[in-house]
Write a protein that binds this ligand. Sequence first.
Ligand code: GDP
Ligand code: CA
Length: 337
Amino acid sequence: MPEPTRITVLAGGIGGARFTRGLLHHLAGTGTESEVTVVGNTGDDIRLFGLQICPDLDTLMYTLGGGISEDRGWGREDETFTVRSELAAYGVAPDWFGLGDRDTATHLVRTQMLAAGYPLSAVTEALCDRWRPGVRLLPMSDDRVETHVVVEGDEPGTRRAIHFQEWWIRHRAALPAHGFVLVGAEDARPAPGVVEAITTADVVLLPPSNPVVSVGTILEVPGIREAVRSTPAPVVGVSPIVGDAPVRGMADACLRAIGVATSASAVALHYGSRTAGAGGHGLLDGWLVHDATDAEAVDALTASGITTRAVPLLMTDPMSTAAIAAQALALAGELRA
Ligand code: GDP
Ligand code: CA
């Protein structure tokens, strides 16, 4: 059966970007005519030093546009940090955010356009004119929403919320978290084109992004979860958890905060099966787990209404990542048939 033409990916930063790069590599290799839309998480966004910073959109744009630092996985290659050290010399807080000089130009352009009244989706499109990521990159929402993390307060028994970036970067996700709040979500709307990209897609893919603070956040924008649940397209996800740990980063701390075990199987069940027969309000038709560590999860997940395959899931290079994308599309093709 011919491969799908309209592919929509709900992505966070590094995991989402690397997977999508592999997807484009696969599509180019097979000569498939396709339109890929990436809906990027903006819950990580933060305003610092007067600049509007969108870490996940920038990771997607730089990775797909060839400007990413491969070592760090975020920010620009050949980066310098003079602005950051000058700000620190003034004693301006915070000093823990990785604000690079090249990156700062992106934030300046974005902030200036937002101040002139352009919505974030239009700003993102303008930035992508330079980077040509090969996908249509949409923020999940043009409205300002921010993930905050509920942690212990100073007084025993009290709690307070801090910005996700403060928890993630400054505290390295080591402060015990009691949950996440997407501030502004109630009144947020999906950005123009987001719902249509999901409901008119041939395939919807959940890449191996953080299921809580990347994909989970996107799904919290009113209307997006419903779009994923109701799309006629198969919905296939790729596990970010391999064995009992995230491949990279601290997704285990996020899962712990919402009471979900750190395993490929628990994440799949957290997303849930879309099949009504399975009784769930879930999202997934198909799921990929890592063959060397998680093959034993296949039968039970498949029986629960999520058709699961065990394949290699390490995105070590463009070829292996393209193969993961190919497996996701193949599973989607099976599910559609
Ligand atoms: P972030 O916004 O930059 O944190 O990136 P994402 O949310 O898009 O992706 C983070 C997730 O990618 C982490 O939970 C990792 O476990 C996952 N990840 C990173 N590299 C790999 C890989 O090679 N294979 C798989 N399966 N997952 C990966
Ligand atoms: Ca992120």
